[in-house]
Design a protein around this ligand. Structure first.
Ligand code: NDP
Length: 471
């Protein structure tokens, strides 16, 4: 496919192959953007920002609703594209398209709600006859940089609110998964969204990312991806508004009064979907010593029953990881844990990019499978004796994106919600749950700023204060 620059589909210089993670076959190629391509895209986006700002919220909302309708029509093609380039099983890919459509609908709703606030200036001393109010204005040009693991919905979480708020946007999708993003851009144009509003540049982030992020004509960067790339982007960005949605090693705490069947089902659902490549995947299962063995007994047959293979096969539960390199890393971290005091209870074997869903018991907090972001189909079990110890273990990480607790005790649930440092807290379900309209984002090194169209629109607008000095 070609990239979308200044309203034209452009071939760029040099082609990058997009590979099917399951069998390594080439799905398609995308161009490698040059410095000149990026310069042209940013220049066009600056003019585009004026065009989009001049449109009414009503107009922008209607166009987004048309795009959502087209997403419904093209669901199967978009889902198949996700599976082919990312490796997600087809049922999860369809779910992603459906969620992405909902994200665009929510963005359309927000386009009509860019309100402002009357500020009661007479509450300050000696303000006299003055009337104050705020105006919310678009940032201008928004740069969206997205990861591979939700290649459509996370694009929609940035492009939807950017357009709703009256900005033009440049999208840099992950090099592993650019195809569905390009198909989405085509769909936006088909819906009637002006070409000035959306451009897509493809190419390696390590080659073109710095030029994009440092360009002073861009006012806002919205990034989702790994912690280290996020830090590099913040350094390159200089004085810009930035939103950072970064990684995690999410804890799930299981207290002795928990419903163990429910906990086991939730760990399967939230630890292994998309082969564990979800920023809020359940990773560290912190379990009270009284129920440690019982929970493992409950979970092991469920995890061992998960089928692996071709993600287009409707009967497969877990597909490949996005790259074989990542599967090798995950296999190694599981082996390292198992050979240094941990105990392999299920899975862990690897066939090319497919890793058998794994459980490792007796994990210590210094093992990589616990202290780093695993981003693969495995969970690690660690035992605790008291609620204090469980909360301290949950917080013993630089990350803070999502955390979960299983308990029937309201006091413990509330204590957990107050004391665990995490942007998302789940009581009696696993760490991986998100409704696309809710405020979503991390604490600590999991980032800053919130997504969810209502909150992303706030991040992608700026506030002016207007004071009328009346006679
Ligand atoms: P990466 O951080 O490797 O890449 C994310 C994006 O950044 C890609 O488009 C990449 O391009 C680009 N990029 C890489 N280097 C630079 C650079 N120097 N400047 C600008 N852009 C650059 O993440 P992954 O794609 O591997 O995604 C996995 C990560 O994303 C995990 O850590 C996961 O936790 C996190 N994530 C967080 C979420 C959240 O909401 N908090 C949600 C989903 C994922 P290229 O592909 O060309 O390298």
């Amino acid at each position: 496919m070609e990239m979308l620059i200044a309203g034209d589909w452009a071939a760029g210089s040099g082609a990058i192959p997009v590979l099917n993670p399951f069998d390594g076959s080439e799905v398609d190629t995308v161009p490698r953007a040059s410095g000149a391509d990026i310069d042209r895209a940013v220049g066009f986006a600056v003019d585009g920002a004026k065009r989009v700002k001049a449109m009414s919220g009503y107009e922008r909302s209607n166009l987004l609703m048309k795009a959502a309708a087209l997403m419904e029509e093209r669901l199967e093609d978009l889902a198949r594209t996700i599976t082919l380039e990312e490796g997600k099983i087809i049922a999860e890919a369809r779910m992603e398209v459906d969620r992405a459509r909902e994200t665009i609908v929510c963005s359309a709703e927000e386009a009509k709600r860019l309100g402002s606030e009357v500020v009661p200036l007479d509450g300050a001393p000696a303000t006299g006859n003055r009337f104050g109010f705020t105006l919310r204005v678009p940032c201008g040009v928004v740069l969206a940089v997205t990861p591979f693991n939700f290649p459509l919905n996370l694009v929609c979480h940035k492009i939807g609110p950017a357009f709703a708020a009256g900005n033009s946007a440049i999208l840099k999708p992950a090099t592993d998964t650019p195809l569905v993003a390009l198909k989405f851009a085509r769909l936006l144009l088909d819906a009637g969204i002006p070409p000035e509003a959306i451009q897509v540049v493809t190419g390696s982030g390590s080659e073109i990312g710095r030029q994009l992020c440092a360009d002073p004509r861009i006012r806002k960067i919205s990034f989702t991806g790994s912690r280290d790339v996020g830090e590099a982007i913040c350094r390159a960005a200089g004085l810009k508004k930035v939103t950072m949605e970064l990684g995690s090693n999410s804890p799930v705490i299981v207290l002795p009064d928990a419903d163990l069947e429910k906990a086991a089902n939730a760990i399967v659902a939230t630890g292994y979907s998309n082969a564990g490549q979800v920023c809020i995947s359940a990773q560290r299962i912190l379990t009270h010593e009284k129920v440690y063995g019982d929970l493992l007994d409950c979970l092991q047959p469920r995890v061992s029953a998960l089928t692996t293979g071709n993600p287009l096969d409707e009967s497969v539960n877990v597909g490949p990881m996005v790259r074989e390199d990542d599967a090798v890393r995950v296999e190694q971290w599981i082996r390292d844990a198992a050979s240094s005091g941990g105990r392999l209870v299920a899975g862990g074997a690897r066939d090319r990019a497919v890793v058998q869903p794994a459980i490792v018991a007796d994990v210590r907090s210094d093992m990589r499978i616990s202290c780093d972001e695993l981003f693969g189909p495995a969970v690690g079990f660690t035992r605790f004796e008291s609620v204090d110890e469980a909360i301290a273990s949950a917080n013993d990480t630089n990350y803070g994106l999502s955390a979960a607790v299983f308990t029937e005790n309201l006091d413990n649930a509330m204590r957990f919600a107050r004391e665990v440092d995490s942007g998302n807290i789940h009581i009696n379900w696993g760490s991986q749950w998100r409704a696309d309209l809710m405020p979503y984002g991390g604490l600590k090194e999991s980032g800053f700023g919130k997504e969810g169209p209502k909150y992303a629109v706030e991040e992608m607008t700026e506030t002016k204060m207007v004071v009328m000095h009346l006679p």
